[in-house]
Design a protein around this ligand. Sequence first.
Ligand code: ASP
Ligand code: MG
Length: 453
Amino acid sequence: MIVCKFGGTSVGDAESIARTATIIASRRDRQPVVVVSALGGTTNQLLQVAEQSAKGQLIGALRAVEGLRDRHLTQARLLLDPAEADEVSAELSAMFDELAALAEALKTLGDLTPRSLDTIAALGEQLSSVLVVAAFRKLGLPAEHVDAREVMITDGNFTRAEPQAEAIAEAAQRVVMPLIRAGRIPVMGGFFGAAQGTGITTTLGRGGSDYSASLVGAALQADAIEIWTDVDGMLTADPRVVEGARLIERIGFEEASELASFGAKVLHPNTIAPAVMRGIPVWVLNSRKPDGTGTLITFDAPRRSVTAIAGKSGVTLVKVRSPRMLLTEGFMRMLFDVFGRHHTSVDVVATSEVSVSVTIDDVASLEALVVDLRDLGDVTIERNRGIVSVVGSGLSDGGSAMARALGAIGDIRVHMLSLSASGINLTIVVDGEQVSPAMRRLHDEFFTSATAA
Ligand code: ASP
Ligand code: MG
């Protein structure tokens, strides 16, 4: 049994949905369970409808509702015979009527609670899952709709609900398993679920469909999880920056996590943790090129000195120098307390005996932060910096990777250096405009030059 998850671009229109059906048809003997996102862009529009309505802009909100209705019904007509299209359109339309009624209620209330936001956001996946089931059946697949609220049981923390693994395992065995055994293909919406006890609709947070797929896969002890998207998989670098970036065929979970937090945006590894931790292999595949090898993410992948290069600009470097740090216990605690109080998360840290340097992405509270940091020492702020990361599970196993990385950086000015405790991420802080050249030099050193690893 496998779980196949299709993202918004893989179910974005009739043509993509038909391609999705072909992919599932080719995997029938593996007993697929299908998890779908909303049609690409729908969730953003739904959230806008909710916000506009609560602000009193009902006409704009209702216009957006009709735009979404039109889009969904058009795809239904393209995919189905007229009689089937009418039936499915009626079902979809009822959901849009409900959305319009919710918009009016929000306008009257003038207040948007996390609970109403979830009820509205979840409609995207409810719509797409109904449409996909009808399309699959039309194309000869024995699809069966599963309401995610019967399986994806969460706590009541709206907009970021916490899945309840035991309840999900029980529900998946009870609701989904019999369908698989009967030779059916269960199809459910990702991203949303229901609060334990009350049954009120919740969501897992943006991009949550990968998380749903991983949770369902873990609950059913799937043999594999396939995350179908619109890129070939994870690459050795961002191809928009580095010409000749290559597909990574297999990557370790920790390496994938490092890459995600330092630039690569294919998927957030936290969302696949429930599956990977149980030893279930997760594939990232391109639904436009279903024959591609994709990237396999596993708990332990082959050790390599360098797996990929990542980079991001727009980083701010904060340096605190304090002679008091010398011999003072608790300095670090006080320093990080300040960042905590200002809700500013720190990415990279380097310290010496009398100074600490950290990088931050979010400068919303920078001024207030600096005022408080001045109590601890001299503060300097360097804006427009960037981070380049060299990621590899065997990076610090010895060998020459570290020396080669610094050699490749050459005369590009380095402001800060840090090797993660796990030893798999060498992070180099450079000027913002040097991020791309540094990435190219590093990629060239490890992946394209004659001596490439
Ligand atoms: N549709 C949801 C979102 O856009 C969930 C997902 O696609 O993973 O955030
Ligand atoms: Mg997504």
